[in-house]
Design a protein around this ligand. Structure first.
Ligand code: ATP
Ligand code: MG
Length: 568
């Protein structure tokens, strides 16, 4: 491709809302443009990479025996009503009506539709096992679309669904997808970890997430180098850690804590450790309110708590006005004693003695509070966020934690959808049984951004050959030099003829501009034809190399072809 003809609107400046490197670089390199919050178009360089990711996904899914089909994004409400998810998705589902007032949505995920497709089209138990997939556009009206295509409202997902006669079959189908996912993310060039994920709320029997480690990731990963355990924060069981405390119950005292609304302020004003306090946080859980208690130095894991409470919507912090109403005090003084709403206490709180809690009275706390004597939590469970240094739930060694971007998710659904929608079969003894399902997602567009997030430097993107929009770039340093232009053209033709996807920077631009752009758009290998063209010398540089090396122009094509083929 000639860069003089390429739509590649690179930018010097990027909008301030682009908070992370991948978002900035995808805009700067002219891969994407924003149409609305969380809605993007892909320009020529962007779509090429996206298609390469899709092809890798497709090849590995096909190799694992899955069959591709495609469904509409515009879906009638009935399927989701039958499974109950028309309500469950709440405001995150894009809903619309047709001219006859019939309800439709833009599909956020397709479990129901694939289940119906199998109900309608599979006639005999002999057709199972079967895994179907599509690479298709999904719509979710995310509360906080951000980070470019990492969390967007329109995105491409590969979603696959397996259908088996029994649990054993599901285990095998799941394993095939697990293996395929490992191959896919390796081929894309991502550094990833597989973690155990929470499957409680969806009622499945097992689930794993593929996480790209990154400080900007929105998911927490806990892992243990000693035994190999890895789980996301929601799934990782926290082993309660007891702190040394005075034994015996001291008399409860009400103390004045003027203007101490936070644990930090309390620690300062009372001169105690954060571990002597228990925080009481009030949440809205669907249409009721609950209180959660964790030790002063801990945070609540809202997914653990949500699963425990069993509510449909995500938990939300109660509005200040509600907190004032429930506690009869200013915000910051909530406590469990006579609170009047259900109290969920973390296991560590249940181990505390003579601790401090809010007194449900402005500027007041209670000291020397003890469970049993002063209050009784309604539920005691693990509801806190795991932290580095916690004991590994498997081997007890200290755990490490890191942030990750979820690029894939595999899930044993069991019979949740086949029961709800009636996907059954008659076995060889004419006995009726329920089909056992799994579902498997990959965020295809998110993968592109995750790759940029992991693979970039100060100058731009560093594409792996496997997903680079073009594999090589030929740069004549001085466009006014006929000799340089002719040698560059010759090399460009040779590479193209050898099947290398090559750019030639034939633009009337200074060499410096061309080098900057080549780095920014991250082309894996570059050949510059410059001043030494008369001596038959060019400069060769892989994007990851510090400096260019001189090579003979005659050898340039061979070297580039070899590099690309080795790294594809
Ligand atoms: P998240 O927790 O990030 O919201 P999820 O668990 O709801 O994602 P799944 O339903 O498991 O997502 O979807 C499968 C895959 O689709 C995810 O692993 C992720 O890679 C991708 N994905 C989900 N939501 C988005 C989004 N808003 N933008 C881009 N990709 C997404
Ligand atoms: Mg997920």
């Amino acid at each position: 491709m000639r860069m003089s003809r390429l739509l590649m609107p690179t930018l010097r400046e990027v909008p301030a809302e682009a908070e992370i490197a991948s978002h900035r670089l995808m805009l700067r390199a002219g891969l994407i443009r924003k149409l609305a919050a969380g809605v993007y178009s892909y320009l020529p360089l962007g779509i090429r990479t996206l298609q390469k990711v899709q092809n890798i996904v497709r090849e590995e899914m096909d190799a694992a025996g899955a069959q591709e089909l495609i469904m509409s994004a515009l879906l009638p409400a009935e399927a989701y009503q039958a499974s109950g998810r028309w309500e469950v998705f709440g405001p995150s589902m894009f809903r619309l009506k047709d001219r006859n007032d019939r309800d439709f949505c833009l599909g956020p995920t397709h479990e129901e539709l694939f289940t119906e497709c199998v109900i309608d089209n599979v006639k005999s138990y002999k057709e199972y096992p079967m895994t179907l997939y599509q690479i298709q556009t999904k719509y979710r009206d995310e509360a906080r679309p951000r980070f470019g295509v990492i969390r967007s409202r329109e995105f491409i997902m590969k979603d696959a669904y397996s259908f088996d006669l029994d649990e054993k079959g599901l285990d095998e189908s799941y394993k095939k997808m697990y293996d395929a996912y490992n191959k896919i993310f390796t081929r894309i060039g991502l550094d990833f970890t597989v973690v155990d994920a929470d499957s409680g709320a969806m009622g499945g029997s097992g689930s794993q997430e593929f996480m790209v480690k990154s400080p900007v990731g929105e998911d927490g990963i806990a892992y243990c180098d000693a035994c190999g355990y890895a789980a996301n924060y929601e799934k990782c069981e926290c082993i309660p850690k007891e702190v040394i405390q005075i034994s015996g119950d001291l008399p409860r005292e009400k103390i004045e804590t003027p203007n101490a609304h936070t644990i930090e302020e309390l620690v300062l004003s009372l001169g105690m450790e954060a571990t002597n306090f228990a925080k009481t946080i009030i949440y809205k859980a669907d249409d009721k309110y609950i209180a959660a208690m964790v030790r002063g130095d801990r945070d609540v894991n809202e997914v653990k708590l949500k699963n425990l409470v069993g509510c449909t919507d995500d938990l939300e912090l109660a509005e200040p006005a509600i907190v004032r109403e429930i506690t009869r005090a200013q915000v910051g003084f909530a406590g469990p004693i006579d609170l009047g709403i259900p109290v969920y206490a973390d296991k560590e709180v249940a181990m505390m003695k003579n601790f401090v809690v809010g007194a449900n009275e402005t500027d007041m706390h209670y000291k020397n509070v003890n469970i049993g004597r002063d209050f009784e939590p309604d539920v005691v469970a693990d509801i806190r966020v795991v932290v580095t240094g916690d004991a590994c739930p498997k081997c007890g060694k200290p755990i490490k934690s890191e942030q990750g971007i979820e690029v894939g998710h595999i899930f044993k659904l069991g019979t949740k959808y086949s029961d709800a929608l009636g996907l059954r079969y008659l076995d060889e003894n004419s006995e009726q049984k329920t089909v056992v399902m799994g579902c498997y997602g990959i965020g295809v567009t998110r993968c592109v951004a995750a790759a940029v997030e992991q693979l970039h430097d100060d100058n731009g993107i560093i594409w792996p050959v496997s997903i680079a929009p073009y594999e090589a770039i030929v740069v004549p340093a001085n466009y006014k030099s006929e000799e340089q232009m002719a040698a560059a053209e010759k090399l460009y033709k040779e590479l193209t003829a050898a099947g290398i996807e090559t750019l030639i920077d034939d633009r009337a631009e200074r060499a410096g501009v061309k080098f900057k752009d080549a780095d920014l758009i991250g082309i894996p290998v570059r050949v510059v034809v410059g001043k030494k063209v008369g001596e038959g010398i060019a400069e060769y540089k892989e994007r990851t190399m510090e400096k260019a090396v001189e090579i003979s122009i005659d050898e340039a094509a061979g070297k580039v072809i070899d590099f690309v083929r080795r790294n594809k």
